[in-house]
Design a protein around this ligand. Sequence first.
Ligand code: DGP
Length: 111
Amino acid sequence: MTIFQKIIDREIPADIVYEDDLCLAFHDVSPQAPTHVLLIPKKPVVSLDGLSADDGAMAGHLLLKVPEIAKQLGLTNGYRTIINTGEEGGQTVFHLHIHIMGGRSLNWPPG
Ligand code: DGP
């Protein structure tokens, strides 16, 4: 079981900013920008590589929630979304998550 499943199950605390039947968003414990939130599906999908054709509605729901949550967080000047996939992609928690980061100018390209 991943740490994010424990957050979904309320076994460990998190600073939750949004929740519905399909997803949960909470502040990253190690923020890399003034605002850094993680949006996750409640379904325990490992990564983008773990999505199946049946997950289309859920994946679309997550994407559509990003601008809503960004607006709620006050990210009116833009923000960055990142999905790290697998070891070389920098993924450390193997439950699909979208990083939503903002509140400062972000560099490109990332390292
Ligand atoms: P990634 O490297 O893309 O797998 O990102 C995992 C993120 O999860 C990383 O930015 C730190 C965050 N994180 C890890 N453990 C916890 C936790 O227990 N609580 C919260 N809120 N965030 C966590």
